[in-house]
Write a protein that binds this ligand. Structure first.
Ligand SMILES: [Zn+2]
Length: 477
């Protein structure tokens, strides 16, 4: 019987020979880049050994979770906050301890929004008396007057209804009771539809004279944890205070309103916008031994919201990026091309870190072939997604090795807020897509803490990505 490995590669090749053939046809005649199957450059056995090494190191030691705990130890890391600055220091220490090359920070000017004292909300009803509600200010929102503000409430379920009832809005608080649609299987799709009320609701309501908005939290869970997130003001309308209410609170408020439409809501929010401050992106790398100027980037964002400690969002992505480089280094592998971990600042308040990274002078002479951002939580892997279709073919020879680790498919897609600006430089964008059904249970709320992350699920993300980026650092993209 032939060597298992060659059998593997032959099987791989046979299965997609026609694809390889077509691709080779597509290549420009004379192009030196003609790709030979991995066996030509690295024996399949050598490749398999390094993969096995990476997997065993990772699953044995589960260091990704250690990195996550180190980052979340500072608590919530609002962009521009002392905690975010502290997180940059801690992560710099982690990269230095790992012995990465070129551990560097790059300055980024960021917004500085401060939440201030905890928010308060009271429903005052003839029928139900005075009842508390769990709310939190939305990021970027202005605060209320020092004594709070009180007004009648109008429950609204869509922008169309808001326009229809525009004559009932002036001087009142608009309660956007707009749940994430439970019948939508893909949670990110349900989220992106519901989140528009969080982002734009305040200005839409201010258009008709509302004095504040309270938006139902973006989660499928029915609990008393409000979920924060960024809101943006439309400068054409007054900037009124904007808060999120927990889903349980939204249910209660709806019930009270149905039985007492004349109730009043008092809210007190102490948040404020301060002057922009300087923060930083952080990067560290394994410099390529043959093509150091060609870069494969793995990243996440270091900033987070402040209600929890941003474990899934996005200490998980940062921890995975660090662990990818640790595993490759610990396995004694020397990538041909540079593999760089980038921990971006300010994903949550608009992505200035990602833009600054792509535009930085330090990029001169660098060619980013591929950028992978992990920002969908630390859950069990499901598949891989890349913005260029042929990456799926490119990974064929290693797919059989990745499948048992949790890679069920390789699809078109991927990307992330912080790496998106690299697209116009011709960079392929990608992501490891994890299981998503629990993501919005934790997203932007007090439940997003390390205990919500399973160390092994997180480690599998890092193991898979270490194999993928090492393989592509050898093969090219
Ligand atoms: Zn995020």
């Amino acid at each position: 019987m032939k060597e298992a490995s060659t059998e593997r590669s032959e099987i791989g090749l046979k299965k997609n020979w026609w694809l390889g053939a077509i691709l080779s046809l597509l290549l420009i005649p004379g192009c030196q880049q003609t790709k030979s199957p991995p066996s030509a450059q690295l024996t399949v056995q050598e490749l398999k050994n390094s993969f096995e090494n990476i997997k065993n190191l990772g699953l044995q030691e589960e260091r990704a979770y250690d990195f996550l705990q180190a980052i979340t130890a500072v608590g919530g890391r609002l962009t521009g906050s002392p905690e975010a600055a502290r997180a940059v220091e801690i992560a710099t220490g982690l990269m230095t301890t790992l012995g990465l090359d070129r551990v560097e920070t790059e300055p980024v000017e960021v917004r500085r929004w401060v939440r201030g004292e905890k928010e308060q909300a009271l429903v005052k009803s003839q029928k139900f008396g005075t009842q508390g509600l769990n709310i939190c200010a939305l990021g970027n929102s202005r605060g209320t007057p020092p004594d709070g503000l009180e007004a009648g409430v109008v429950e609204i379920s869509s922008l169309e209804e808001l326009a229809t009832r525009k004559d009932q809005i002036a001087g009142r608080i608009v309660f956007f009771n707009t749940p994430m649609d439970r019948t939508t299987v893909e949670p990110f799709a349900a989220y992106s539809r519901a989140a528009q009320y969080r982002v734009h609701g305040a200005s839409e309501a201010a258009k008709y004279g509302a004095v504040a908005v309270v938006v139902r939290s973006n989660t499928f869970r029915q609990d008393d944890n409000p979920h924060t997130g960024l809101m943006e003001y439309d400068p054409r309308w007054p900037d009124i205070p904007a808060a999120a209410v927990s889903t349980l609170g939204a249910e209660k408020l709806q019930h009270w309103l149905q039985h007492d439409p004349e109730l009043r809501l008092w809210v007190k929010m102490n948040c404020r916008q301060e002057e922009p401050v300087w923060s930083a992106n952080l990067s560290g790398q394994l410099t390529g031994v043959e093509k150091p100027e060609e870069i494969i980037l793995v990243g996440g964002h270091l900033d987070s919201w402040d209600l929890g400690s941003g474990a899934h969002d996005d200490a998980a992505g940062c921890a995975v990026a660090l662990e990818v480089l640790r595993l490759i280094k610990e396995a004694g592998l020397k990538p041909k091309r540079t593999i760089r971990a980038v921990l971006f600042m300010d994903e949550e308040f608009g992505g200035s870190g990602g833009r600054a990274y792509a535009a930085s002078g330090a990029r001169k002479g660098e060619k980013h072939l591929l950028a992978i951002e992990q920002d969908r939580g630390g859950f069990a892997p499901l598949g891989l997604a890349f913005s260029r279709e042929d990456l799926a073919v490119k990974l064929q020879p290693v797919e059989d090795y990745l499948r048992p680790l949790g890679v069920n498919w390789v699809r078109t897609g991927g990307g992330g807020v912080d790496i998106a600006p690299l697209r116009e430089q011709g960079t392929v964008l990608g992501a490891l897509v994890p299981e998503a059904q629990r993501y919005f249970d934790y997203h932007h709320c007090a439940l997003d803490v390390p205990e919500a992350v399973h160390p092994r699920e997180l480690e599998l993300q890092a193991v898979i990505l270490a194999i993928v980026v090492y393989y592509l650092a050898q093969e090219g993209v």
